[in-house]
Design a binder for this molecule. Sequence first.
Ligand code: HXC
Length: 268
Amino acid sequence: MESPFKADVLKGKVALLTGGGSGIGFEISTQFGRHGAAVAIMGRRRQVLDDAVAALRSQGIQAIGIEGDVRKQEDAARVVATVFKHFGRLDILVNGAAGNFLVSPEDLSPNGFRTVLDIDSVGTYTMCHEALKYLKKGAPGKEESTGGLILNISATLHYTAAWYQIHVSAAKAAVDSLTRSLALEWGTDYDIRVNGIAPGPIEGTPGTRKLVPEEMKSKTREFMPLFKLGDKWDIAMAALYLASDAGKYVNGTTVIVDGGLWLSRPRH
Ligand code: HXC
């Protein structure tokens, strides 16, 4: 689908996306690139990175892939430094790396719970922490007077409660809290905007493949306000809005892009 944004809204910007090699993250990488940004992708799997970078470059997008695990502080520090070395600046950090599986609490070991919090919540914090010196107002490579942007990919699971998702719900609740705290503190001190996006079920993503079985998809549609799953494109457009000047006064919010699903109840 064609973008309603001008092709140069992110011109000159450099974006680093964790989990940017697949699913929603890859679509954000692509749309950021198509709108003028240079893109760095961080992920654990070399092959996924190589394929993603090749696909981006084939569209004329400047892209690099850097191996790393958001659970390791040294990886986070190395990756942001590599991005800066390669592109000379960093403007946007998208925290998209996430872990997920369906499991009931009685079958989820504390270590399994911790693993998902480590990836989603602590990983997001670690990336933000390591990227700060490049994102803040007046950082090396930035001639503008404004700081950068952090975008945290969240979920709507924890607004109510979600079956078999106790770990992810807790992890994303923490992510939303980080979004607000960092928006307050880093918005004030460093002119960095920090926002989130909470996608609903999105067609063709690892998340939906893993979490929403086919038969549930058709059942879900019956009580979805817009009667459909979302597209990765929908999330990428929200990301573009937040990353472009259109979103320059938006700070500390998590934009829900789920067609209104989290509000829905079966009729009666
Ligand atoms: C129960 C499980 C489990 C499962 C792992 N564990 N998978 N427990 N059911 N299916 C437990 C293990 O038993 C172990 O605890 C602990 O978790 C760590 O497992 P490891 O395999 O050592 O972890 P690791 O190799 O680091 O793998 C991390 C992972 C994996 C989260 C388990 O699935 C992963 O990396 N996924 C990333 C890709 C992904 O899922 N992306 C989609 C995100 S979608 P013990 O006690 O045995 O040591 C998304 C959408 C959210 O986030 C919102 C949807 C609406």
